[in-house]
Design a protein around this ligand. Structure first.
Ligand code: ADP
Ligand code: MG
Length: 673
């Protein structure tokens, strides 16, 4: 199918936007809408974008800066206000701005200077027609306007062929407009209400498709019984648990039970284990890995940093050694012959448990018989990395562990295909961490406070400011703070330094000295953010805490409060914004990761929640998992009902949905019904 007027050159431009077919084009929806509803100039706030209608009062004056840059200004009377309209690099519009000409201007309003910085100008009064103007994301030479033109041509040519994948019963239930109408109105909204209805319809559709995929995946995963039930030696596992230095919390017991049941069932486990920082996920992981080994399988644990890998390797070695479980470490700094030896042993089955970073998923690593894969703090891994590891074995059971409690709305979207276990209880005897917010000018008092704790034998972390996008600056900060603290505390208390640029062996030396209580104060960048476990450390000082998100602050705080002693978290911050202040307040008010994550999501939005673009959340064209969470819940329930209903896979009214699932590779037809 070809859209009239789109030649090879344009097709290339469209391809750069990932638009290859007519339907890609039709579903390339605007990313925002310009509201052309005219308002009296007095009502428009400073810095707001607005559309006004006025009359040109003066000849435009143009100033040139070099060949391409220029600034044109012209006086325009809008209502009773004589404002200056400013145009950047648009001197070619000069001819259109004759004195006495009526113009419609859209731009950003500077109330103090009475200046409108214009990005859209039309001759005459243009506000009666379209009040909502779609704006498209574009790249290269293509402009939003040109793209709009192509889309309109495509709509005229092919719009009638748009069919509705949603069965009538669903459309009626939620009073949704047809797909055709929705697509038309998203591109050419006649007014706000039409746009709203169009959006509502597409949001539901996007969520339903997405959830259908998740629910179908889940069903297929569960029912794909390849006789892979792992035969765990329960007696040995019980002995292992009994030999632990502490008794499990009820929550740990329950969760371990859920996981072991999954492992012994013919279903392939695909489970998310959520537990707040310090709730004791590692030991649960250890039990499950041990169980896999008793069944003659290998187990792998993948973590995001080398420090964490090494720490896990050490503590698990201690737990496993008495039972003769053979363990090896595979990280980026295990190189050359050592790596070769490890890889060979893993392949030959001479190693039972492998702990590592993403070095684990490199191509040269093959397992002898991988039965269980665990990823710790998995929100740091991309979906692809998760999948790569899972694909290393023939249907190994998979457990994802995360200490970043994921708000429900994200959990069911990013992990909708998984079962979820939650450790909702802290080991007994834990004291609540006391959190304080101090301004930077109170640093002396903070240092005095540290002094007292250190004198009691405790240890402290001092986390340095985070400079967005620049690890180099982070490191510089850490170096500076380190030397300041050295001057203050040494030789009474040794101050160590840790950051990502240290050589792995140096990191090792520092971490070991800290965990042996030789280094008393550890100045660090956020590399210690996840997982690190030194129970004697009771103070966490975070410089410039306003630069961190709530989830990250909570992670950092979780480095203390891991032992019997009362622990403290001190946030050094002079936040300027309200959001920044709010974050500090929330931190001092709650220690509960789930409450925090809900608040964080509200403050930051879903994109930022997981940090990088590795969230596992699909890119919805219209929908927004936070704002449209009710629709997401509804769609999820509907999807589950559909996927599990007897008629779904055969009834013609669901054909488009089923076809979609097949195209997504979800369905393995024979295995389902
Ligand atoms: P996280 O869930 O943050 O990964 P860890 O597994 O690192 O937590 O456990 C935190 C600390 O609590 C560790 O020092 C661990 O040995 C200890 N711990 C774990 N479970 C228990 C328990 N049931 N009783 C006492 N201490 C425990
Ligand atoms: Mg952990």
């Amino acid at each position: 199918m070809e859209v009239r007027g789109i030649g090879d050159e344009t097709a290339k431009q469209l391809a750069s936007l990932q638009l290859y077919s007519v339907f890609d084009l039709l579903e390339h929806f605007p990313f925002r809408y310009e509201d052309y509803q005219v308002r009296p100039i007095e009502e428009i706030k400073h810095d707001e974008r607005a559309t006004v209608v006025g009359t040109v009062q003066s000849e435009p004056t143009v100033r040139y800066y070099g060949k391409k840059k220029n600034r044109m200004s012209v006086r325009v009377l809008v209502g009773h206000v004589l404002l200056t309209a400013v145009f950047f690099n648009r001197a070619f519009l000069k001819q259109q701005l004759k004195v006495g000409q009526e113009v419609t201007l859209t731009g950003k309003w500077d109330q103090h200077r009475l200046t409108l910085t214009v990005n859209e100008v039309k001759q005459g009064n243009h506000t009666e027609r379209a009040t909502v103007e779609p704006i498209y994301s574009v790249s290269g030479k293509l402009t939003s306007k040109t793209l709009k033109k192509y889309i309109h041509v495509a709509l005229r040519q092919f719009g009638e062929q748009i069919t509705d994948p949603l069965p009538p019963e669903i459309r009626e239930r939620y009073k949704l407009v047809s797909k055709r109408e929705a697509v038309f109105h998203l591109h050419m909204p006649s007014d706000r209400e039409a746009l709203k209805q169009a959006r509502r319809r597409m949001v539901y559709e996007e969520f339903l498709f997405f959830q259908l995929k998740m629910q179908a995946f889940r069903k297929v995963n569960r029912e794909q019984s390849n006789g892979r039930a792992v035969k765990v030696n329960e007696q040995k596992v019980d002995q292992f648990i009994a030999a632990l230095p502490f008794s499990l919390t009820e929550a740990q017991e329950k969760v371990a039970g859920e996981i072991l049941t999954d492992m012994s069932s013919p279903y392939r486990m695909n489970r998310l284990l959520q537990g707040d920082v310090g709730s004791g996920k590692t030991v649960v992981a250890a039990i499950c890995m041990f169980a896999a080994v008793t069944a003659g399988k290998q187990a792998a644990l993948m973590v995001p940093t080398e420090i964490l890998a090494e720490q896990h390797a050490q503590s698990l070695e201690r737990l496993f050694a008495p039972s003769g479980v053979r363990l090896t470490l595979l990280t980026g700094s295990v190189k050359g012959k050592r790596r070769q030896a490890a890889v060979t042993a893993v392949k030959a089955g001479d190693v039972d448990v492998v702990i590592g970073t993403h070095a684990l998923i490199q191509d040269d690593v093959a397992f002898h018989d991988l039965g269980l894969v665990i990823t710790d703090e998995q929100h740091r891994f991309g979906v692809e990395q998760r999948r790569a590891l899972r694909d290393k074995g023939a249907y190994p059971d998979v457990l994802f562990m995360t200490a970043t409690p994921i708000p429900r709305t994200l959990a069911i979207s990013a992990f909708g295909d998984m079962d979820v276990s939650i450790i909702n209880q802290m080991p007994a005897g834990r004291k609540e961490i006391e959190t304080y917010w101090a301004k930077h000018d109170m640093l002396t008092r903070v240092l005095d406070f540290m002094e007292k704790e250190l004198a009691k034998g405790r240890q402290a972390y001092v986390i340095c400011p985070l400079i967005e996008e620049s690890e180099k600056l982070d490191v510089q900060n850490a170096i500076d703070v380190h030397s300041i603290l050295q001057q203050h505390f040494e030789p009474r208390f040794q101050v160590g330094l840790m950051h990502g640029r240290l050589h792995p062996s140096e990191k090792d030396t520092v971490m070991t000295a800290f965990s042996e209580n030789k280094i008393r104060i550890l100045v660090s960048t956020t590399v210690v953010e996840v997982g690190v476990n030194v129970p004697n450390a009771t103070i966490m000082v975070i410089y410039d805490a306003e630069r961190f998100g709530l989830a990250q602050l909570h992670q950092l705080r979780g480095r203390v409060g891991r032992g019997e002693h009362q622990s403290y978290c001190i946030l050094l911050a002079d936040p300027k914004s309200e959001v920044g202040k709010e974050r500090m307040r929330i931190m001092t008010e709650t220690n509960d990761g789930f409450t925090l994550s809900e608040r964080d999501l509200e403050l930051r939005g879903p994109g930022d929640f997981f940090g990088a673009k590795q969230s596992g959340l699909p890119d919805f064209k219209v929908a927004d998992v936070v704002h449209d969470y009710r629709a997401l819940e509804t769609a999820r329930q509907d999807a589950a009902t559909l996927v599990n209903s007897k008629t779904f896979w055969s009834d013609p009214k669901y054909r488009e949905l089923v076809t979609y699932l097949q195209a997504e590779g979800v369905l393995d037809g024979e295995k389902l019904d």
